[in-house]
Design a protein around this ligand. Sequence first.
Ligand code: FAD
Ligand code: PYC
Length: 416
Amino acid sequence: MRYSFFNLLKQSFNGHKSWEPAWKEAKLKPHYDVIIIGGGGHGLATAYYLAKELKIRNVAVLEKGYIGGGNTGRNTTIIRSNYLRDESAKLYNHAVDLWQDLTRELNFNVMYSSRGVYNLGHSLQDMRNIERRVGANILNGIDSEVVLPDELKRRIPIMNTSSKTRYPILGASYQKKGGVARHDAVAWGFARAASKLGVDIVQNCEVTGMQVQQGQIKGLQTSKGEVQADKVGIVVAGHSSVLAAMAGIRLPVISRPLQAFVSEPLKPILNTVVMSSQVHGYISQSNKGDLVIGGGVDGYTGYSQRGSPHTLEHTVQAMIELFPFISRVRMNRQWAGIVDILPDACPIVGKTPVKNLYINCGWGTGGFKATPGAGHVFAHTIANDEPHKLNSALTLDRFISGALVDEQGASGVAQH
Ligand code: FAD
Ligand code: PYC
């Protein structure tokens, strides 16, 4: 279908009756070469790269609800790659590289906007960490700089840079290539492109059990019946431990609600992204004009996609301290997603102890930014039965060997 002006006009008069779906709603077949469980951005990106680059096209994505209805459609879309460790920063930066061209790659406008991301420091220790992280980023070829308070005041005049606040701002790290994108479009773009290459996207299909024989995955039980598969990838964000348990695998994961909220639309007032993990809040302004705000995780395990009022109140307090005008702005909507957090705040992308069963999980509060990069290396891992060099350190067995990849300091929002 052509998206011309006249076509749009015609659609608006006929109630969108002949609006062509962006991807084909597929029926579950009895067997696939690869099944991806979870139709979020990561699962759909994995299926897309399997079909596009690795030429494996007998692939299904099974989604228990609707695609993008999990954390992909609930996150605040911040993209950056200013992580500390080589083992993880290079993967996030691979994703940032892919974001640059993703709209053209998918022929779908994902509205990536590199408007820059600031991570504020409020204490001498924060500033030492920022300087260390910026130094590490530069060594890894990641654009990153330290910005001092006078320059911050000039660049973000609406922010309270007074030394009289509870936690005065002492400086920030800045990544110019960081920014935001449209989260739903990322799911829809990958879904459309994967579907065109022959991938089956099956919505309302919940995986309820796994068939493992002699240590090898053979098939799945689903709400739409049984299905056989040569290989299976688990990509279910907030439900990773639930799915892994179906194959007898215990993950060192905790699942926590993470909240966000948006304001009424305002005239343009903030042309960048500001985050503070110390006061627990971050903010950007969407293209519609809403302020998009979030904070740290709720401090308890839970699966309700709402979150608790005291965490919300804490975030609002933090944001009003940083941006006092917010006290006069009305908030429109609030929600939560469930995020899976690992002890070193770094994901697992790799093999499991069950043969031909792979897992991508534990991105915690920060996996949206990684969507294209994670999909790309996970597809490689599944197709070749060995990790891509960019995810080779992100194994499950690092929690046995002790070779952790500690990214607590770079997670941007409090994960505990
Ligand atoms: P999801 O999009 O959650 O997809 C997993 C899918 O699996 C879901 O659709 C779910 O329905 C499906 N599923 C679960 N169980 C089953 C089953 N049994 N059978 C079939 N399907 C199943 N990250 C950033 O980088 N920047 C941010 O600014 C940011 N902000 C965030 C703000 C909030 C409020 C939240 C909640 C998260 C935020 N994140 C952010 C984190 C980010 O959203 C996630 O890391 C990322 O979206 C995970 O993508 P995914 O595709 O793995 O997961
Ligand atoms: O990881 O940058 C991030 C992030 C921002 C908001 C939530 N997570």
